[in-house]
Ligand binder design. Structure first.
Ligand code: NAP
Ligand code: MG
Length: 405
């Protein structure tokens, strides 16, 4: 059989622990037998980031800017324990944070739906997508451990060196903590634009929640920019398509999400999106049943799994024990990447391959073959069979083979 040619190199960003193990199985069994694909490979496993003083992370982001489309495995964001475990020079920042800061943009997440896993929220009939602003706020903060009594201030000096504003954060009577965060009009505008564009394409309503009653200036600016973008560029189109744009306070949005039917894009500020996408993933069955893509305003795409490196399973794997980790999100990261690459290169065979692989993965789960995370929440059926990490990928490979031959 002749392999399908992928015209432009794919930026492949490898990662850590259990997801790294699955990443290579997915590549070897589901992709390489069928694709003639060149990759620009960046190994972001923690040790490599440490060896390169994290330069490799920036190089990976630059490669996405060069080629347009990348796919990323989950990576460890080191904390104190990891510094010890891997004997690191320092607590390197989150690679996702670094790449997102370099590309700007919005992360869109959508559930991977199968007919034998009902969402745990009864009212959800249609998917709820999340649009997570991927720039700024606490992910690009400046923070300080206040050691003793004193005054903390926020100061803005313009580029000519003139102090334009100064405000007191707190007069500390004892030790504490402070944090400075920021965002830019430009990034918020592109976030709003990306959300309306995505929702309009997919025929979804847009909800946006912030806390502008408390944060009148910061969150207020987000609300204002969304409203301006909607009024200026989308109102007429949305009304014609019978779609709504709905702003509400973030806590009200959370309460209403539990009662909605779905069929909407929930635009979330960076932190809200981080937290809420995991809630959504888990309510739709598992953290591994979510797709995730970073879309930059310049039209660069980074596909990833939204879950972490599944550390607990990896330690079992290292001890030689059987694991049952779910590779769906990793498979869908690759198919998302290949589909986009194929669309940009105008190679319909590549797009078609991505579609077949997704169908193969979905049909495998729908036939009752599942990893442990899904078995626990799937509709009861005598056909259901819990398989381990390797066997799940092998079963998807079998289903795919039948579709291709
Ligand atoms: P995690 O890797 O997402 O795993 C948390 C738990 O969720 C797992 O212990 C497992 O539950 C379940 N789970 C997640 N993915 C699964 C899968 N594919 N199949 C089956 N079960 C799955 O989060 P974490 O353990 O908090 O973080 C581990 C590391 O990942 C950390 O070092 C963190 O920095 C990093 N991280 C990376 C990213 C990223 O690069 N995108 C995102 C988040 C976290 P059970 O143990 O109950 O089976
Ligand atoms: Mg997270």
């Amino acid at each position: 059989m002749k392999k399908i040619a992928v015209k432009t190199p794919i930026v492949e960003i490898d990662g850590d622990e259990m997801t790294r193990v699955m990443w290579h199985m997915v590549k070897d069994q589901l992709l390489l037998p069928y694709l003639d694909m060149k990759v620009e490979y960046y190994d972001l496993q923690l040790k490599k980031r440490d060896e390169t003083d994290d330069k490799i992370t920036l190089e990976a982001a630059e490669a996405i800017k060069k080629y347009g489309v990348g796919v990323k495995c989950a990576t460890i964001t080191p904390n104190k324990d990891r510094v010890k475990e891997y004997n690191l020079k320092k607590e390197w920042s989150s690679p996702n944070g670094t790449i997102r800061a370099a590309l700007d943009g919005t992360v869109f997440r959508a559930p991977i739906l199968v007919n034998n896993i009902p969402p745990s929220v009864r009212s959800w009939k249609k998917p709820i997508h999340i649009g997570r602003h991927a720039y700024g706020d606490v992910y690009k903060n400046c923070e300080y451990r206040v050691p003793e009594p004193g005054k903390a201030e926020l100061v803005f000096t313009n580029t000519s060196g003139k102090e334009l504003w100064r405000g007191t954060i707190q007069d500390f009577k004892g030790p504490g903590v402070i944090q400075g965060i920021h965002n830019t009009d430009k990034s918020i505008e592109s976030f709003a634009k990306a959300c309306f564009t995505y929702a309009y394409d997919q025929k979804l309503h847009v909800w946006f929640g912030a806390k502008d009653t408390i944060s009148k200036t910061y969150d207020g600016q987000f609300r204002k920019i969304f409203e301006q973008e909607y009024q200026k560029n989308w109102k007429t189109k949305f009304e014609e398509a019978k779609l709504q744009y709905f702003f509400t306070l973030i806590d009200d949005a959370v309460a209403r999400i539990m009662k909605t039917e779905g069929g909407l894009l929930w635009a979330c500020k960076n932190y809200d999106g981080d937290v809420m996408s995991d809630m959504l993933g888990s309510a739709y069955g598992s953290l591994a049943m979510m797709t995730s893509v970073l879309v930059s305003p310049q039209g660069f795409y980074e596909f990833e799994a939204s879950h972490g490196t599944v550390q607990k399973h990896y330690y079992k794997y290292l001890k030689g024990e059987k694991t049952s980790s779910n590779s769906m999100a990793l498979i869908f990261a690759w198919t998302g990447c290949l589909r986009k690459r194929g669309e940009l290169d105008k190679t319909s065979e590549v797009v078609d391959f991505a579609k077949k692989l997704e169908e193969g993965a979905l049909e495998t789960v729908e036939s009752g073959i599942m990893t442990g995370d899904l078995i626990a929440v799937a509709t009861q059926n005598s056909k259901n069979r819990r398989v381990n990490t390797e066997d799940f990928i092998a079963e998807v490979a079998n289903t795919l083979k039948k579709k291709i031959n």
